[in-house]
Design a protein around this ligand. Structure first.
Ligand code: AMP
Length: 212
């Protein structure tokens, strides 16, 4: 089963995927995470991608496709996967359609005020990738990951200047993908923080299981 999680930065794609993947037994593939791993390991691809990412711009399609292909070829993807952060422009959406039959496209919907509030309060664990929010989902000990005890960090692109750039790019390049997908899109509201993520996860699972 191939599922696309679509929506602006901070709309809950990663948080919801971490809940839904356990229920469905398929991996969560975030192109942002794959690229951050390349940057961390200082690979050639990571070095090329870093400047785009720090500015909040899109990384060139060929580089993203390369990391994505490598990940999808791994055996744990044989029964499908949840894609988070791909496609991010119409060209990528066309590439995906040429390669796979997508079963579900969920689009997460929330206001711009809530996006900015979330991104500026987001903290992540650089070791295990856990995601926190200082307001709606703080760690038990301030600044420390509940799961692995590592000091939490703020992503470079969650700083105000980069947030503005990411939202601009989302509107200009990513939102047109919704028009391309048309009535294949299922809208899910994620307006109210972590409770919304839990509610959205339940709603998605019910849709996939044919219960609603
Ligand atoms: P994310 O973690 O999904 O917010 O992605 C972080 C950054 O990685 C984005 O701001 C882009 O610079 C880059 N990125 C992630 N996915 C893509 C993609 N599909 N196409 C281009 N750039 C991407």
């Amino acid at each position: 089963m191939i599922i696309v999680f679509f929506g602006p930065p901070g709309s809950g794609k990663g948080t919801i995927a971490s809940i839904v993947k356990k229920e469905l037994g398929i991996p969560h593939i975030s192109t942002g995470d794959l690229l951050r791993e390349e940057v961390k390991n200082k690979t050639d691809l990571g070095i090329k991608a870093k400047s785009y990412m720090d500015r909040g711009e899109l990384v060139p399609d060929d580089l993203v496709l390369e990391v994505l292909k490598r990940r999808i070829e791994k055996p744990d993807c044989k029964n499908g996967f949840i894609l988070d952060g791909y496609p991010r422009n119409v060209e990528q959406a066309k590439t995906l359609d040429r390669t796979f039959k997508i079963d579900y496209i969920f689009n997460f919907v929330l206001s711009e005020d809530e996006i900015i509030r979330r991104l500026s309060n987001r903290r992540i664990c650089p070791k295990c990738g856990a995601i926190y929010n200082l307001i709606s989902m703080p760690p038990k000990t301030p600044g420390i990951c509940d799961q692995c005890g590592t000091a939490l960090i703020q992503r470079e692109d969650d700083k105000p200047e980069a947030i503005r750039e990411r939202l601009k790019i989302y509107k200009e390049q990513t939102e047109p993908v919704l028009e391309y997908y048309g009535d294949r899109v299922i809208n899910i509201s994620t307006e109210n923080g972590f409770t919304a993520s839990k509610r959205a996860s339940k709603q998605i699972l019910k849709i996939i299981r044919g219960e609603i």
